[in-house]
Write a protein that binds this ligand. Sequence first.
Ligand code: ATP
Length: 282
Amino acid sequence: QRGAGTQIFKQKDLNFQKLGIGGLDAEFADIFRRAFASRVYPPDVISRLGISHVKGMLLHGPPGTGKTLIARQIGKMLNGREPKVVNGPEVLSKFVGETEKNVRDLFAEAENDQRLRGDQSELHIIIFDEIDAICKTRGSTRDGTGVHDSIVNQLLTKIDGVEALNNILLIGMTNRKDMLDEALLRPGRLEVQIEIGLPDEKGRVQILQIHTSRMRDNSFLSADIRLEDLAARTKNFSGAELEGLVKSAVSFALNRQVNVADLTQPIDEDNIKVTMVDFNNA
Ligand code: ATP
């Protein structure tokens, strides 16, 4: 069973550890149920149920928690190719009208496809990082020009206005959900909102496993390292910070091998071991 243009992924693909995403299984299950389960069914079943597919989703939460990782993965699973990723501040232009044009351009491909192929059009996934940069609450900016208002309106028109697209999935991401224009979060727009928070202890173990697996496989990780202990000592670390911790520990281990007095000396690869002391230093 599959919806038009949608490649449905298999259960066996849903091993997030393997995909390099730790501690977000519950969030993914939530995303799947709320935004994608309906895409498994053919369009006529969906229309007989009297519902329509979710066209927008917001992933929000602190920096470095894996929002981009999970959004990209969702994109790849849904239509088998890398989704388009754009960044709010990049779309924002200082020239009048230019930002609205940039927003329109983002949707041009989906628009052409819909015009040419109608219901057979592919699903176009657009990941919008830092969406708050262009979708601040209307009337909240103090420049008094109304420029922001017209950008928000432009985006809303593409999602559910008169010229609305039916073949898009917009995944917005932000660390500042509170700054977003309320209108963007209404049903039919970025209606599924999922918080991607800091990982709990079990999640931290998974993330540390992901970021140390290669060095473990290549025998660079000392046997005394207990990732569970590290996870217990890294409360409030984000995934990105845990990755940073691992990198820093490795830098201490490598530094030990370098002969500072003579940098031309070859490094003995067999002696590289990342130990608990390195993690403590990090
Ligand atoms: P921001 O809000 O700052 O854009 P983000 O939530 O989108 O951050 P990512 O860009 O997905 O965060 O994460 C940055 C990096 O941190 C990732 O490339 C990855 O290496 C690591 N990382 C973050 N979260 C996780 C996670 N849950 N599992 C594994 N690695 C993670």
